[in-house]
Ligand binder design. Sequence first.
Ligand code: ADP
Ligand code: ASP
Ligand code: MG
Length: 414
Amino acid sequence: MARIVMKFGGTSVADLDRIRNVAARVKREVEAGHQVAVVVSAMAGVTNQLVKWCQDLSPLHDAREYDVVVATGEQVTIGLLAIALQTIGVDARSWQGWQIPILTDDAHGKARVESIDGRLLVERMAQGQVPVIAGFQGVEPVRNRITTLGRGGSDLSAVAVAAAVKADRCDIYTDVDGVYTTDPRIVPRARKLERISYEEMLELASVGAKVLQTRSVELAMKAGVRVQVLSSFEDKPGSLVVDEDEIVEQPIVSGIAYSRDEAKVTLRRVPDKPGIAAMVFGPMAAANLNVDMIVQNLGADGTTDMTFTVGRADLPRARDILDRNRDAIGYEAVVADPEVAKISVVGIGMRTHAGVASTMFRALAEKGINIQVISTSEIKVSVLIPVDYTELAVRALHTAYGLDGPEPARRTEG
Ligand code: ADP
Ligand code: ASP
Ligand code: MG
């Protein structure tokens, strides 16, 4: 007997038939004698709609109220799945974040999980009941307010619950049957990875491979949670996220990721003097805005142009902060460009092999794709390009690094 956390994403619970399908899968594990807790997302498209309503009312809305709105999607699915389970004879009950409780900090819209009390869940599981837990949400105990964990946050809920109940496995069921060398929806010849290291998965997730949310991988690595990514619709083995030393053959580049969720911001003619970067990025950090690629070009006249990227959803807040600090920073103009994409190649082999970046630049040049910003880390090279070239760039790089599989991968449409 094992203790398992099963997580189902939005497409897996998109309508009642799919919820019934999920219930049947859960029942199978229960009947095999396992203790099961389930974490679910909102039905496909629901969270997007809720986010849009907040943005349409006000781009600079109160993040605490945003959380109240967007956390509702998961409440619907936990209730529906609990009913579906009960209907087929499985004892189940729904749990919202605050009922467990899943305690978080107060960074509304992208809160961090601080602790989860797993005792009630363990107790119920031992009695044979299946807790059906709302992903994506928690509660901030100081002001007693609902929080959400950032887009894709149900993955984090699942891993955190798995750690809290000391689960043997955390199975992430989704609309693809594993982690691929790149998004199989863009590159049909992408190859499924039987195993991927925590480090590479973390890096891939952090640069846009949304199959797993970044923080979920971070926590899984830290807490030693065994994560498997597999299909909700097909019965076949998925991909395991494991320690580096469990992987026998290590290619130099193991995956390519893209993100269209970024915006480029350029501050024109910033005074070139000490303290300016701190003045620009300090208030952004204080407002919980993640700033990513940063470059600075020196002008001849004692000023510089400073370019960086922020998440596209954060652009209105970033602009607002820059507007309010305009006099202190002393820039001439802010130019924002949301029409960009970040393309990244990731691989542990980069630690020991040279030439990965130059292969990337050559492959993009051959397709006539202009690189706007470059950044690198130990196991990753990222470039910013015009968004219209995203698919072309990903395909070209997938071929350039020899990742193309022999045949288009079979997969289920979500
Ligand atoms: P869920 O709703 O189940 O959480 P997501 O849409 O968040 O599902 O994540 C699954 C999607 O991630 C896939 O449909 C696929 O398009 C995308 N994806 C991006 N990169 C990869 C990758 N390297 N391997 C597999 N899927 C990927
Ligand atoms: N429903 C949330 C989202 O769409 C969380 C998740 O699905 O993981 O971001
Ligand atoms: Mg997801």
